[in-house]
Design a protein. Structure first.
Length: 205
């Protein structure tokens, strides 16, 4: 005779439990979507920062090659007008290189400080070496140009570019590490929220 009363008592409990389960599923669904959106936004932000920094290093590397090319053409050019054009092209590229280095230096990560300082030192030495040739006469350029290119321009340019490559590698490793750590941190936070809601549901039901 107590069964109808028992059914009346359990039906609201079942509805409450089922409603709580639906609510929990909805909360977890919204939380999962929000989590995925934040992870995607973080990855995109990291990727954009990496691309910008990498573009700066690529531009610097390209202009370092151009500096050597301009000096080579200047040394091997006998015509005064052509030599003047090469000198102007060199000065424009030189100015651009200094701007690129300063721009990258304003966004340094801590682990890049030492290699970047080495890059600045080698670049200064490289530029001072290249600047010397513009004090030479046309006869000196033609007489010593090839030797200067082989003994000074090519080795020093290679040293500076090697340092730029090293900084680029540090930038890539940082991008990979940052992406992993932020994803792991986001996963940890989401699992904590999931555990909280799961633990609360039976109590509320």
């Amino acid at each position: 005779m107590q069964f109808p009363l028992f059914r009346k008592q359990t039906k609201p409990l079942l509805l409450l439990g089922f409603g709580g389960l639906l609510l929990l599923m909805g909360v977890l669904g919204v939380s999962a979507i929000s989590f995925l959106y934040r992870i995607d936004s973080r990855h995109e932000r990291i990727r954009q920062q990496f691309v910008e920094r990498n573009r700066g290093l690529e531009a610097l590397r390209s202009d370092l090659y151009l500096l050597g090319t301009h000096v080579r053409d200047y040394l091997l050019t006998a015509a005064p007008s052509a030599a003047s054009q090469r000198r102007s092209a060199f000065l424009d590229t030189r100015s651009r290189v200094l701007h690129e280095v300063a721009d990258y230096g304003a966004r340094l990560h801590p682990e890049e400080t030492e290699p970047f300082h080495s890059l600045q030192q080698e670049l200064t030495y490289y530029l001072e070496t290249l600047d010397e040739v513009f004090q030479w006469s046309s006869e000196e350029r033609l007489a010593m140009g090839n030797t200067f290119i082989e003994d000074q321009v090519l080795p020093k340019r290679a040293e500076v570019i090697t340092l730029a490559d090293h900084i680029e590698q540090l930038n890539e490793r940082r991008m990979e590490a940052s992406s992993f750590l932020k994803s792991a941190s986001g996963c940890s936070g989401w699992w904590l929220r999931l555990s909280f809601w799961v633990s609360c549901w039976p109590a509320s039901a």
